[in-house]
Design a protein around this ligand. Structure first.
Ligand SMILES: [Zn+2]
Length: 263
């Protein structure tokens, strides 16, 4: 009797295992949070953009920093098709601080506060249900080709995060402590004055540069975390003021983008 029951159970179990193998075989490369055996967690990719514009500069640096809106839309389609949610940098930091290990998420960041953040990036992000974090140098707001304060507010009311990229885009590692306080703290003060709450929670270092003084400066002005240009995914807050970011380049095709956001 026991033997017969065991045989029945084995057949059902085998059928189930066979079903799982077949189901798994349909999409062998796709991993999901609901998979029976979740893949190892490698952290969250934080991607760095600058300009989203059809007008691509001819110089090599400017060209590399500019992504065509069509290419950016294809990247957003890729994320949506794979159910990868674009969350803000402060959301990521808050979730890591709670001890979460977020899967199927990515952070899209945009540096330097060019006007195309509002005219090109914002409508695309909204139409794909994605959120972005815009790192803006406060001293250039309202100047030629840069965001206005009104556009900064539009980014915010459109569900985006605006955060600090210094006052005059200075390399903090070239400044003494007082200079770093002025450059980084000045951005916080202008945001507070012209945008009001909430205060920016994260900072992106211009050129990714910082030094041994910077951590205490960031803490003093109330930043929870800061991003460098160190390569890699963010897998915790052991060093909150030296978090990695990955640059998205003009010539990146969708395969290279897929590799950047692969879990
Ligand atoms: Zn910059």
């Amino acid at each position: 009797m026991r033997h017969a029951a065991g045989g029945w159970f084995s057949r059902v179990a085998l059928t189930f295992v066979f079903f799982l193998a077949c189901a798994g075989g349909v999409r062998p490369t796709e991993r999901s949070a609901n998979a029976a055996a979740p893949a190892e967690w490698h952290g969250v990719p934080v991607l760095m953009y600058h300009r989203i514009d059809n007008d691509v500069p001819r110089d090599a640096v400017g060209r590399d920093l500019t992504i065509a809106p069509g290419a950016f839309a294809a990247q957003l389609r890729y994320l949506r098709a794979r159910h990868i949610a674009a969350i803000t940098a402060s959301d990521l930091v808050a979730r890591l601080a709670r001890g979460e290990r977020p899967r199927n998420v990515v952070v899209l960041t945009f540096d330097d506060g060019y006007a195309d953040a509002a005219t090109a990036a914002l409508p695309l992000l909204r139409s794909y249900g994605a959120r972005g974090t815009f790192y803006v140098s406060s001293g250039f707001i309202g100047t030629l080709h840069h965001l206005s304060w009104q556009q900064m507010r539009a980014l915010r009311s459109g569900g985006m995060e605006v955060a600090c990229h210094g006052t005059f885009h200075l390399d903090l590692s070239t400044l003494d402590r007082a200079g770093q306080m002025r450059e980084a703290g000045g951005c916080m003060q202008r945001f507070a004055r012209f945008l009001g709450a909430p205060e920016p929670q994260t900072y992106a270092y211009p050129a990714g540069k910082f030094d041994a003084t910077t951590e205490s400066v960031m803490r003093e002005i109330g930043m929870r975390a800061a991003f460098t240009e160190i390569s890699g995914d963010v897998d915790g807050l052991t060093r909150p003021y030296a978090l990695p970011r990955q640059r998205v380049r003009h010539d990146d095709d969708i395969a290279r983008f897929a590799a950047l956001v692969a879990p």
